[in-house]
Each structure stands twice: as structure tokens, then as C-alpha cells.
Design a protein. Structure first.
Length: 305
């Protein structure tokens, strides 16, 4: 094992917090090793004026990091699982999926009101088509408006009165120490999360067996199985980057339950379903749920997109 391990990450505050979280856990396993974060700018970082809904599932926040990993410029890549494409580049693998943080989305309102208490016509900022369609399904009287920028920028816009409320990932807020800002953690009955939301993927080269063996000690089996089901769901649907899809899976003993959603971008068509199975094959569960949604109308939504 090398005496120093280079860890690739995006340079945002949240990405660096995730990378340092992983490094802290690895140091506990091997105090004699040193680690250094290598900040890598991705295509998504170079296009800050584009909403995240244009990027979902396309790897625009990961490609440059993966290229650096393949060249052995870094030994480990740390990603938000929701940013990682469902099909990895040849030569790379997810060596470990640590225990998942909070999977939910969070509402932050200036009035501290929960979603149900927001007045009619209230403006809610989000750049995610997934969040937009589900917000409108819950409250069709809200004004959903585009918001851009990192977490701090979005909070400043909220505090400045541009929006009445915004929606962000709970896990990111917690990792940045901002959970006290949350007005309501949105139930998955209202808001299903992005594929893999709250989970971290630790990616390495397939031929780096020593690093794989070391990093795999951070693996959380239940999180891995849940995330594999969600990613199989997305892969089966073959949804493009602008199609709002969402899924959340959880393991219960040997069984698994997964909820999934597909929606048109305007929110007028939305299909949602749940699969509960005693099977421990997560990919099969995700594929079966996707097939169920396709039969219920998701095929028409995807074709229109």
C-alpha cells in the first residue's frame, strides 16, 4: 500500500466535506497512511448557469474525476452516488458504499412553515425537475421557480426574499452543518429522492486490488443493496437526463422494499408504485418495479420526453 493516497473530489464545499468524511473513516482503519484531497473541476462545475435537471444521470459531475482515476493520478474517487452514471467506465468499480446518510429532501422556508403551511402562490426554488413535479403533485397552487448556485448561494437568495422556500437534500445540509435551517424533512410519501441520494460512492480502478481490499472495509451491505436496486430501476427505464425519475429502496432483513416514480416535466403525468419482495436480489427488484411503472404509463412519458 502506498504511504500517501490521493483522493479525487469535486471542489465544492459539500463534495470536500464528503471526501474528508471518507478520509476520516479510512484514517481510523490505517492511522499510518496519509491522504490528500485532489480537487478536480468537472463539466458540471464549468457550467454553473445550467440547472441540475439538465445533468441528472449523465455523469457530468464525475467524468473528469473518473478520467483522473483511470490515469492513476488519484487512487480513490469520492462521489455523491446520485451524480454517478448507472453504467461505469470500463476499468472502474465502486469499491465501497458506506452507510447512507439521510435520503430525504428538506424544505427550508423563510417563515419556518412546513410545506402544508405555505400560503397559496408561495414561490419555491428548485433546479430539479424531480422535485418540481412532486411539489406540484402535493401543492398545485405553489409557484415553482428555477434556482441556481451552490448551497450557500441558494440560502442567500432565500434569505434575501427572492423565494419563500427552497428544497435541498437533507444529507448535504447535515454534512455542511446546516440542518438547523430545515423547516421540514419531506416524507418519501410526498417527495421520493434522487437515485442514490444521501449515499457516497467510493470508486477505484478494478486492477488496484490492494486499494479495493482496503477501501471495502467501509462497505455497508444494506446501503449497497438499496442503492443497487435504485440504480437498476433507473437503468431499466433508460430515462434521459431530463426525465424526472425518483426511487428509494430500503432493506428489511432479507427482504427489500422500493418505491419509484416517473413523471412528465410539466408534472401533468406522474406514475408511482411500490414493490415489496422477500428476494435479496436488489437489481431484480429495481427492474421489476421499473417494468411495473412502464406498464402503468411510464412508457408514454419516456417516449414523449
Amino acid at each position: 500500500m502506498r504511504s500517501q493516497i490521493l483522493v479525487g473530489s469535486r471542489g465544492s464545499g459539500l463534495a470536500l466535506a464528503q471526501a474528508n468524511e471518507v478520509i476520516k473513516s479510512l484514517k481510523e482503519l490505517a492511522p499510518q497512511l496519509s491522504f490528500r484531497v485532489v480537487s478536480i473541476k468537472t463539466k458540471g462545475d464549468n457550467l454553473p448557469e445550467s440547472g441540475e435537471n439538465r445533468f441528472e444521470g449523465k455523469g457530468v459531475f464525475t467524468t473528469e474525476i473518473e478520467e483522473s482515476l483511470l490515469k492513476d493520478n488519484i487512487q480513490i474517487a469520492v462521489h455523491s452516488m446520485k451524480d454517478l452514471a448507472t453504467d461505469l467506465p470500463v476499468g472502474l468499480k465502486i469499491a465501497a458504499v458506506p452507510r447512507r446518510a439521510d435520503h430525504r429532501d428538506a424544505l427550508i422556508s423563510r417563515s419556518k412553515e412546513k410545506l402544508e403551511g405555505l400560503p397559496g402562490g408561495a414561490s419555491v426554488g428548485t433546479s430539479s425537475s424531480r422535485r418540481r413535479t412532486q411539489l406540484l403533485a402535493a401543492r398545485s397552487d405553489l409557484q415553482i421557480e428555477e434556482i441556481r448556485g451552490n448551497v450557500d448561494t441558494r440560502l442567500r437568495k432565500l434569505d434575501g426574499g427572492i423565494y419563500d422556500a427552497i428544497v435541498l437534500a437533507s444529507a448535504g445540509l447535515t454534512r455542511l452543518g446546516l440542518e438547523k435551517r430545515v423547516s421540514e424533512f419531506l416524507s418519501t410519501k410526498v417527495m421520493l429522492p434522487a437515485i442514490g441520494q444521501g449515499a457516497i460512492a467510493i470508486e477505484v480502478r478494478e486492477d488496484d486490488h490492494e486499494t479495493i481490499e482496503f477501501v471495502s472495509r467501509l462497505e455497508d451491505d444494506s446501503t449497497r443493496r438499496a442503492v443497487e436496486a435504485e440504480r437498476a430501476f433507473a437503468r431499466k427505464l433508460g430515462a434521459n437526463c431530463r426525465t424526472p425519475i425518483a426511487a428509494y429502496a430500503r432493506v428489511d432483513g432479507n427482504g427489500l422494499a422500493i418505491d419509484g416514480m416517473v413523471s412528465s416535466r410539466d408534472g401533468r403525468m406522474l406514475v408511482r408504485s411500490q414493490l415489496v419482495t422477500g428476494s435479496i436480489e436488489p437489481e431484480k427488484a429495481g427492474e421489476e418495479l421499473a417494468e411495473s411503472l412502464l406498464q402503468k404509463g411510464a412508457q408514454l412519458i419516456l417516449e414523449a420526453a
